[in-house]
Design a protein around this ligand. Structure first.
Ligand SMILES: Cc1ncc(COP(=O)(O)O)c(C=O)c1O
Length: 463
């Protein structure tokens, strides 16, 4: 009998997060103001609490996970590592396919790993309310769940297309006490302006972020902060518990090496959470292929440009050094709402510049096909975002078969899709389209950003 569920006990949970910034061979470029000058810390302190800003800038390799955070995470962590033997048999591949099952969290994805940490640090800092954006609704649900446990108010701006596609996500947020509105909304100035210009816009994560930041800054008591579900260093840091657990579990499964690591990539957090502890191994000499998978409708790493860009539409964030399609870019309305973000996390972007990761792009039709193969073999319904990782896993497993190699493939099963069945239904009734952004579209999206400070592509050339 093959070992297909590899569990860790609570006592084996990692007690520190891993910070890739400490090991990257080239230093990260700093965030900048629009004028190219260093960011004013006082401006950032109005948006984020000081303790999280400290983590954001930290050069330390390991950061302790407070015991009170672990006590909350024990509800679902350590999360299982599973082996996809039924998919392996179907594909007749010699590859062994493992996945971290992040769908077992209360909100159904990896997002609560950082939601709990962020809510906890904000509470420690005396904050009473958090505002945020959400794409597919997974992050808004996760933050509502965490705020409820820690006694904070939570206001979520949900990208309108996802709000319409996934109406029950709002009910889930409300069940945990969160307040959810479609974005753009009339609740903020930027929302009102965009609605006046584009009343039928599907919205974007960039717009929803602008609204959430405006809301946080409007609180004159100073007790509201903004919380981001991906992209920033501290968010990726909190997610590394996934890869650190996976390492211990692979050792339990007596695997001595991993050949391929795969994760879908929206802002980069679930990919980073799994991959960063393995990127550290790659930096220190191990041979591992590490693939972030993005949608061909929003291909920032495969077709975008490494540049300084805003994280949001209204330009309320500092300029971040990242692969981007331009902050004004509104991606086509694919069902993987969590992957509709114009930029990629600076840490993942720098790893891509170094050649430590090899990004790929897949279209949603191929991804839904993979989701159905998964449902019919492994049995579970994956999130549309996760289906991007699965499509790539299937390709890599087929390649191992062609090469006759017993590769070990590890991927992040970032969430379940039980609240995303509308996309499945559209696929079954032939109503889904494949979107491929052309180089022309990308050029157009980036056209008015030439005057931004230039981001130098620093790399050692080792990978
Ligand atoms: C299930 C799931 N996977 C992946 C993502 C993509 O986000 P990230 O790249 O930050 O992991 C999301 C975002 O909402 C998500 O809900």
């Amino acid at each position: 009998m093959k070992n297909i569920k590899i569990n860790l006990s609570e006592k084996d949970i990692p007690r520190k997060w891993y910070n890739l910034a400490a090991d990257l061979p080239t230093a990260m470029l700093p965030p900048l103001n629009y004028d190219g000058k260093p960011v004013d810390p006082a401006m950032l302190a109005k948006i984020f609490p000081g303790n999280l800003l400290e983590q954001e800038m930290s050069p330390k390799r390991w950061i302790d996970i407070p015991q009170e955070i672990l006590e909350i995470l024990y509800r679902w962590r350590p999360a299982p590592l599973r082996r996809a033997v039924y998919l392996e048999q179907f594909l007749k591949t010699p590859a062994r396919i493992y996945y971290k099952d992040e769908s077992v969290s209360p909100a159904g994805s990896h997002k609560p790993n950082t939601a709990v940490a962020q809510a906890w640090y904000n509470k420690q800092f005396g904050i009473k309310k958090l505002t945020t954006e959400t794409g597919a609704g997974q992050w808004g649900s996760a933050l509502s769940f965490a705020c409820n446990l820690l006694g904070l108010h939570c206001k979520v701006y949900m990208v309108r297309i996802s709000f319409d596609q996934k109406p029950l996500r709002k009910a889930l947020m409300q069940a945990w006490g969160g307040d959810c509105v479609p974005s753009p909304s009339p609740d903020t100035k930027i929302g009102q302006e965009i609605l006046a210009k584009m009343p039928d816009t599907p919205g974007s994560l960039g717009i929803a972020i602008s609204e959430a930041i405006e809301d946080a800054l409007a609180d004159e008591t100073g007790k509201t902060r903004y919380s981001l579900g991906s992209v920033l260093n501290h968010v990726l840091l909190h997610q590394t518990i996934i890869g650190l657990e996976a390492k211990k579990q692979l050792a339990h499964a007596r695997e001595k090496k991993v050949d391929v690591i795969i994760g879908c990539a929206g802002g980069g957090s679930n990919f980073a959470g799994l991959a960063f502890p393995f990127i550290a191994d790659k930096i220190h000499g191990k041979k591992i292929k590490i693939i972030p998978v993005e949608p061909s409708a929003c291909p920032k790493m495969t077709k975008g440009k490494f540049m300084y860009d805003f994280g949001d539409v209204a330009g309320k964030t500092p300029l971040l050094p990242m692969f981007s399609l331009g902050h004004n870019f509104i991606p086509p309305s694919i069902h993987a709402g969590g992957l509709r973000y114009h930029g990629m996390a600076p840490l993942v972007s720098q790893a891509a510049v170094e050649g430590l990761v090899e990004p790929k792009a897949y279209d949603q039709l191929k991804c839904y096909e993979a989701a159905f193969t998964w449902a019919k073999t492994e049995g579970t319904i994956c999130a549309p975002e996760t289906s991007h990782a699965i499509a790539c896993v299937i390709d890599e497993a087929k390649k191992a078969k062609e090469e006759g190699k017993e590769k070990v493939i590890l991927f992040n099963y970032s969430g379940h899709g039980l609240m995303d069945l509308l996309g499945y239904e559209k696929y079954l009734t032939g109503k889904l389209e494949a979107f491929h952004l052309s180089h022309e579209d990308v050029k157009k999206a980036l056209s008015n950003l030439e005057h931004f400070p230039k981001a130098e592509m620093r790399k050692t050339g080792k990978w």
